[in-house]
Design a protein around this ligand. Structure first.
Ligand SMILES: [Zn+2]
Length: 270
């Protein structure tokens, strides 16, 4: 079955279902009599699941049918008072977080409607990519670029540690999963302080951002491909006398999960 046949059939059957003089009964009838054989078993199961989801939840989730734009969404609608895209499937094991990642981050949530015979389970797409915390939140992996080591004489050893951390999207609990040591792999602040004095603030910001992205890519490639952000550990001053707290300062966040990562978490010294 080609994508063209699938999309054409999809358009015909949904407009039939939406037509008040025809409706779902006619759409299902045409499906069985005319279209089933052209769609093949997978296409048939997929499109039937979409029709059933639309029939069952169309009003409740205020569903509109998404086009064939290849963005992994069959419908958009409202879920928990938030604009949400829905991808309907009959087999969750074919689904991969990476396929959704490029389309995420524009403020619209992704849910997967898993069709098991006639029941639907609505699953958050983050579940495809991340482990769950005991609290129900998702544990998002990120890299922490730590400051340089100094020896007992206060001299730099020209080496830095990097920690693989994870942080919960709900309760903000974090933990270290692994760590590495690299020579000359500075923390973002150290990198910034080594930049020439004559560049302006915007150029400096841009350079630090680029630096963080480079290391995001490096750690993803070399160590773990689901790393989602790069941070350093900084002391955030909130009062005139130097009062404040230690926190993660994220120099880069993958936009797919940027809104999910907690900010200004009081970490203490770690
Ligand atoms: Zn949690």
């Amino acid at each position: 079955m080609s994508a063209e046949i699938f999309n054409k059939t999809r358009r015909i059957l949904f407009s039939t279902a939406n037509n008040p003089t025809k409706g779902f009964a006619t759409a299902y009838e045409w499906m069985e009599k005319t279209y089933k054989k052209n769609l093949g078993p997978k296409g048939y199961a997929g499109l039937m699941a979409e029709l059933k989801f639309y029939e069952r939840f169309g009003k409740e989730y205020m569903l509109t049918i998404a086009g064939d734009m290849g963005e992994h969404a069959d419908f958009s609608g409202m879920y928990d008072k938030e604009i949400t895209r829905f991808d309907v499937t009959t087999n969750i094991s074919f689904k991969d977080f990476k396929d959704y990642e490029p389309y995420m981050g524009d403020g619209i949530k992704y849910k997967i409607a898993l069709c098991d015979k006639n029941n639907f389970e609505v699953i958050d797409v983050l579940e495809l990519g991340f482990n769950k915390c005991n609290c129900g939140g998702y544990l998002i992996p990120f890299i922490l670029l730590r400051d340089q080591h100094y020896n007992s004489k206060g001299e730099s050893t020209w080496s830095n540690d990097q920690s693989l951390m994870q942080i919960c999207t709900e309760c903000s609990e974090f933990s270290e999963l692994n760590s590495w040591t690299h020579h000359f792999l500075y923390s973002p602040s150290e990198f910034a302080s080594g930049l020439p004095d004559d560049i302006d603030f915007n150029e400096q910001t841009k350079a630090v951002e680029t630096y963080c992205v480079e290391h995001y890519k490096y750690f993803r490639r070399e160590f773990r491909e689901d790393i989602m952000a790069v941070a350093e550990h900084t002391y955030k001053i909130t009062g005139r006398k130097g009062e404040g707290y230690w926190t993660f300062d994220f120099g880069f966040k993958n936009k797919a999960v940027a809104e999910e990562i907690p900010t200004d978490v009081d970490t203490g010294l770690i």
